[in-house]
Design a protein around this ligand. Sequence first.
Ligand code: NDP
Length: 319
Amino acid sequence: MEHKTPVLIIGSGAAGCTAAIYAARAALNPILVRGMQPGGQLTITTEVENYPGFAEAIQGPWLMEQMEAQAAHVGTQMVHDTIVSVDLSKRPFVAKGDSGDTYIGETLVIATGASARWLGLESETKFQNFGVSACATCDGFFFKKKDVVVLGGGNSAVEEAMFLAKICNSVTLIHRRDTLRAEKIGQERLFATENIKVIWDSVVEEFVGDDNPPSLTGVKIKNVKTDETRVVPCHGAFVAIGHNPNTSLFDGQIALDSDRYITVKPGTTQTSIPGVFAAGDVQDKIYRQAVTAAGTGCMAALEAQKFLEHLPASERVTA
Ligand code: NDP
């Protein structure tokens, strides 16, 4: 099947949903292709305390259900499909879905977000799903009353550690430096939690465990100041060392920076291709918050609207 729209949106996190809400309310009949992780990264978080408008903490998955429902309610066509290829070489832009359907957009909003980063060790791959995970809210339950480690020193690592501390016997946060990057309020809570301890200045060299069936028994770490190595026993290891932007779909077609984030004109969501806009974590390596993703989603829709106003009738396929 072929679907045509003035505003095609790829991604259903806070950026994509907000772009959809604004585009739909501007009567632009947007189509939003939800992708492999509908709702985006907020669906794998627990409590959200910093999204404005909610005095009490809310749940990330609930917030995304609401955003998707709001986008649909105002007239967005929400599609359960995953885009597997795009052609940005000419307008209208063409995207192919995993379902075999084709999506044609006079403008395109890229809101494909970012995915968890891994250390890249062979043993990490070996024990993935057998003790090694990048999502405490997804897998923490499997380590009820057990000992786990969390790797990283940012907000994600701190949040994962706090979440796991409620379920697990003990949580050891392992960080490669001697200070955390996470916000102070999170750090204070972490340090005040009895069953969390921190190992500083250390990196994981290997995930160790039994082979048959695979099961993690510890992580071998090295102190980067003393070169001393040792094994920290644990049943689960949660890697929380940041994210990579989901841009492989656009490789070679759009300008990316050295970290593979989509480049936008400062203060806008305009990419290197007129009519293609990028919103949320796929173009933001600095703030990466739900509220900033939503903000740039709004900007993308408004910029797409303006772009369409100036598009010659001969280039319209939906008018
Ligand atoms: P960050 O990039 O903020 O932190 C990544 C952490 O992992 C850093 O401490 C970094 O160390 C460490 N790290 C990176 N690579 C390696 C490696 N190869 N080996 C060992 N350690 C490594 O990522 P987060 O996912 O924590 O957060 C991403 C963004 O999302 C941030 O802007 C954060 O504020 C935001 N966020 C906000 C939340 C909230 O507001 N509720 C919740 C979660 C995330 P180093 O410090 O040495 O660089």
